[in-house]
Design a protein around this ligand. Structure first.
Ligand SMILES: Cc1cc2nc3c(=O)[nH]c(=O)nc-3n(C[C@H](O)[C@H](O)[C@H](O)COP(=O)(O)OP(=O)(O)OC[C@H]3O[C@@H](n4cnc5c(N)ncnc54)[C@H](O)[C@@H]3O)c2cc1C
Length: 387
C-alpha cells in the first residue's frame, strides 16, 4: 500500500513546530504538521496568556540578532493575521548592580547599542508607581520589551500554515520514525504512516523521548505561575507597568502588568521540581502561591490584594540553559530544536525560520553555532570545562 508523501513532516506543534510549519508552508513546500494533543492544549510549554519578549539579552548577547529577527517576524505575522500578538510595554531587568541579570542585560545593550536607560530603585518607583523596589536594586529599562500572547501566536502560525496549504493533524501521536534506503523518512502515528524527504522534531518537554540517543542532556522542570488582582488597577496597567525580570535575594522572578480579566501574573524562574510530562504535579500548593505573593508584597506593593488562579507549565532545560538547534547526526534530513530552557517563546517566529531553512536549504542565514549539540559531546571544550 502506498503512503502519502510530503516534502517535510514536523512533529510537535507548540511554539516552535507551529512556526516551522508556517515557514515551510509559506515557502510552498508540501508540509504535514503532527501533534499528539488537541489544538489549544495546556499539557506542554506554550500555554497561558503571556510571554516576555526583550532584546537586552542577559542569557547571552549572541541571541540578540535572533530576537531582532523574531520581532520582525512577529510583526509580519500580526500584519498577515490582522491580530495584536505583541504588546510593547518596556521591560525592566532588575537586580543588584553586579547581579547576573543587570550585568548581562547591560552587556547586550553595549555590544549591540540597544536603546536603554539605567535606573535606580527610586527612579523606577517614581516613574512606574506600581513598583516599590528596595534601595539595593537597580534596573535596566529597555523600551522595546513587551508581551507576546502565546496561544494566539501558536494559533496564528497554524492557521496561516493551513491557509498556505500546510496539512495540520492534531490528536495524532507519532509513535516512531525510521529512514528508508532512499534517505526519506517514514513516520508512524496512532492513525497511520506518512513519508517525507525531511523531518523536523520540536517536541518540547517530550524531547527526551525522541532525542535521548543524541546525548543532549535535558531536564524538565515544573514551573508555577500565579495571577493576582491588585488593589489599584491604575498603577498596574501595561502603559505604566513594564514587564520585568527580577533577581532579588529571594530568587529569580518574572512578571507582567495587568491584562483584562487576568490580573497581574508572575512566576519563579530559578527553581522547580524535576519532572516529565507524565509525572508533573498539576496541583499547586498554597505555600507556592504564598512565596509568589510575598515577592509582590515586597517589590510591587498592593499588586496581590487577592489571588485569582495558578497554573503549571514545564521548562526543558539544558545544563547551560542555551537552546539546542541542530541536525540529527545519524540522518542529515532530520533537524530538531529542543532545550528552550524557559526562555524560548520570544524566539519562536525566528526559530521556525531557522528550522525551515535548515530542513530545506541545508543551512540557515542565522548564526546559531553556539546552539549546536556538539557542545555536550565529551570532547568539546565546553564539556571539558564543565567537568
Ligand atoms: C511558565 C512558563 C513561562 C515562560 N515564560 C517565557 C517568557 O516570558 N518568554 C519566553 O521567551 N519564553 C518563556 N517560556 C518558555 C517558552 O514558553 C518555551 O521555551 C516554549 O513554549 C517551548 O515551545 P516548544 O514548541 O519547544 O514546546 P511545546 O509548546 O511544549 O510543544 C511541544 C509539542 O510537541 C507535541 N508532542 C510531543 N510528543 C509528541 C508526539 N509523540 N507526537 C506528536 N506530537 C508530540 C506536544 O503535544 C506539544 O504540542 C516560558 C515557559 C513556561 C513554562
Amino acid at each position: 500500500m502506498s503512503i502519502q508523501k510530503y516534502d517535510v513532516i514536523v512533529i510537535g506543534l507548540g511554539a516552535m513546530g507551529s512556526a516551522a510549519v508556517y515557514q515551510l508552508a509559506r515557502r510552498g513546500y508540501r508540509v504535514l504538521g503532527l501533534d499528539a494533543n488537541i489544538r489549544r492544549h495546556k499539557n506542554g510549554s506554550s500555554h497561558g496568556t503571556s510571554r516576555i519578549i526583550r532584546e537586552a539579552y542577559l542569557e547571552g548577547s549572541d541571541y540578540v540578532p535572533i530576537v531582532q529577527r523574531a520581532y520582525e517576524l512577529w510583526h509580519e505575522l500580526e500584519a498577515e493575521t490582522g491580530q495584536e500578538l505583541l504588546k510593547i510595554t518596556g521591560c525592566l531587568t532588575i537586580g543588584e548592580p553586579h547581579s547576573t541579570f543587570v550585568t548581562g542585560a547591560l552587556a547586550s545593550c553595549k555590544r549591540f547599542n540597544l536603546a536603554h536607560e539605567y535606573l535606580t530603585a527610586s527612579e523606577v518607583n517614581r516613574r512606574f508607581p506600581g513598583y516599590t523596589l528596595t534601595d539595593n536594586l537597580e534596573a535596566v529599562l529597555e523600551p522595546n520589551g513587551g508581551i507576546l500572547f502565546p496561544e494566539q501566536c501558536v494559533m496564528a502560525h497554524l492557521d496561516l500554515a493551513a491557509r498556505h496549504g500546510g496539512e495540520i493533524h492534531h490528536e495524532e501521536q507519532v509513535l516512531k520514525w525510521t529512514t528508508q534506503g532512499d534517505n526519506s523518512v517514514v513516520v508512524e502515528t496512532t492513525q497511520g504512516s506518512y513519508a517525507a524527504d525531511r523531518l523536523v522534531i520540536t517536541t518540547g518537554p517530550w524531547a527526551n523521548e525522541w532525542l535521548a540517543e543524541l546525548g543532549v542532556p535535558l531536564k524538565v522542570q515544573r514551573i508555577v505561575n500565579a495571577h493576582f488582582e491588585p488593589d489599584n488597577q491604575e498603577r498596574f496597567k501595561p502603559e505604566v507597568f513594564p514587564v520585568y525580570l527580577l533577581e532579588a535575594p529571594e530568587g529569580e522572578y518574572y512578571g507582567f502588568p495587568l491584562l483584562p480579566g487576568e490580573g497581574i501574573k508572575l512566576g519563579r524562574h530559578d527553581i522547580g521540581d524535576v519532572c516529565t510530562p507524565q509525572t508533573i504535579n498539576r496541583e499547586v500548593d498554597p505555600s507556592e502561591i504564598q512565596m509568589l505573593k510575598q515577592v509582590v508584597d515586597r517589590y510591587m506593593r498592593g499588586g496581590a490584594e487577592s489571588f485569582k488562579w495558578s497554573l503549571t507549565c514545564m521548562y526543558t532545560n539544558t545544563p547551560d540553559r542555551n537552546f539546542v538547534i541542530d541536525r540529527h547526526p545519524g540522518n542529515s534530513n532530520v533537524v530538531y530544536g529542543c532545550g528552550f530552557s524557559g526562555h524560548g517563546f520570544k524566539f519562536a517566529s525566528a526559530i521556525g525560520e531557522i528550522l525551515a531553512e535548515m530542513a530545506v536549504d541545508g543551512k540557515t542565514r542565522h548564526s546559531i553555532e553556539f546552539l549546536a549539540a556538539s557542545r555536550f559531546s565529551p570532547n568539546s571544550p565546553v564539556a571539558i570545562a564543565r567537568n
